[in-house]
Write a protein that binds this ligand. Sequence first.
Ligand SMILES: Nc1ncnc2c1ncn2[C@@H]1O[C@H](COP(=O)(O)OP(=O)(O)O)[C@@H](O)[C@H]1O
Ligand SMILES: Cc1ncsc1CCOP(=O)(O)O
Ligand SMILES: [Mg+2]
Length: 539
Amino acid sequence: MVFNKENVDYSLYLVTDSSMLPDGTTLYSQVKAGLENGVTLVQLREKDIETKDFIREAVEVQKLCQSFNVPLIINDRIDVALAIGADGVHVGQDDMPIPMVRKLVGPDMIIGWSVGFRHEVETLAEWGPDMVDYIGVGTIFPTLTKKNPKKAPMGPQGAIEVLNALEDNKAHWCRTVAIGGLHPVNIERVLYQCVSSNGQRALDGISVVSDIMAAPDAAAATKNLRHLLDNPSYKFVNLGLKSETVSSETYREVVGQVTRNRPLVQHMTNKVHQNFGANVTLAVGSSPIMSEVKEEVHELARIPHAALLLNTGSVAPLDVLREAITAYNKEKRPIVFDPVGYSATEARRLLNDTLLSHGQFTCIKGNTSEILSLAKLTTEKMKGVDAFTGQLDKVMVAQATRVVAYTYKTVAVCTGEYDFVADGTFGGRYYLSCGLGISAKDIPCVAIHNGSIPIMGDITASGCSLGSTIACCVGGVAPESNLFDAVVTAVVLYKTAGKLASTRCQGNGSFNVQLLDALYQLFHENCPATWSTSLERLS
Ligand SMILES: Nc1ncnc2c1ncn2[C@@H]1O[C@H](COP(=O)(O)OP(=O)(O)O)[C@@H](O)[C@H]1O
Ligand SMILES: Cc1ncsc1CCOP(=O)(O)O
Ligand SMILES: [Mg+2]
């Protein structure tokens, strides 16, 4: 009797691998421990085994799965699946073509397919609902399980593209399971980030191999995985993750907390910004450390009120940047990300995409070109690191900011004459199967303005230094304070200082000095009721 495919729970999908069993365990004992503690689907995957042995093993595992009312899927070997009457088969892109598989196994067996690209989704959509029942989306991260992966890891952003393709092609029947390098350290982030752009679809589950198969205590390992799946809130930073209506009282409170806590702000930033960024950080009541020393990032991240500004203007070695992201995510300390020149070269795009895939950022800040590129709302390449000079539609820029905030589940900041701040954190909640139910255009967004101040855009490192100011505020506020409020306060403070400096300076050179003085003055006076910058909540 084949399992009713309408009732399959894809949430915790165990894929077996008998090559990594710890001493004293067997394939059977590991699968049993998994089933006893919340595994909801099992795939028997054996690449180097005689057919006779495979069938004997499959019959044994099948009995076990049936006793837990959990479907058994056979990887690749259609003959074995038919021979034992398995509940399903899973095939890869280079295995037997799906229509042939369906013809052999009949309409009731579950068919799974490994999918990594939009065109593969388009193909399954053309076949219609009688062919592929679920897809393994990946590989998300590098994995040791697949000896010779045929494509580069796609990261959560690649998985979102696949979810979007399913929605665009109306393949609503098709379920999804993330595959490849999934572990407790990244599962919450994958479930948190992977939602289709229309908000209607999230992942239906995650597949694991080594976390259970190689676990000396497979029961405990499975319990932990089950806990992550059943408690959908991802505390990636020790700040509150909701947007409030900010006011000058909010600004005063944030400045007061930064003053009291004097955060350490680690800068991994470009050469142009180094000196000015350190002085801006000091002016905003905080303590800078300009460090790209891999060996100290974990120690720095553990310092109370530490924050990281990661600015890819001129780039530290990738392994150093990734270690810093890992360290600050682990300590739940905020990271402000400034993808300088994101679309100027393919090298910069790839570097920034790699970093965006590696961790969770509390704030992503860029100029209009960088944000429009990140939101994939423009194909125009930046010329260097400066924003487009053309006239941009305010509504489109606000939408781009919302798309970046939504896609990366972060507080996104887009700078220019108007600064836009959008809150895509959703309170840190994630969802299986059904998505958020709302799309990017619905998330909270504010516009911050103080008239046109062209000179602010005419000096270098002015955007980078807003990044320093944001890092001071998100680093300095007390735990559980509101992230969105802290970011908005930084942007309003900085814009107000820019306005003040523009009235006092004689040109670019003196503007920098006046900007530092104005930041210092406004911060230390802490009278936001007198700040001249306006804030408008966008509908
Ligand atoms: N025309 C403008 N009017 C007012 N503020 C501006 C203007 N251009 C830039 N700014 C401000 O200057 C800072 C840097 O913005 P921008 O030039 O967009 O970033 P980047 O330096 O990264 O290219 C931001 O704080 C932004 O608010
Ligand atoms: C000129 C330059 N080149 C690499 S980073 C950088 C500074 C960019 O600073 P900002 O993004 O604040 O303009
Ligand atoms: Mg910039």
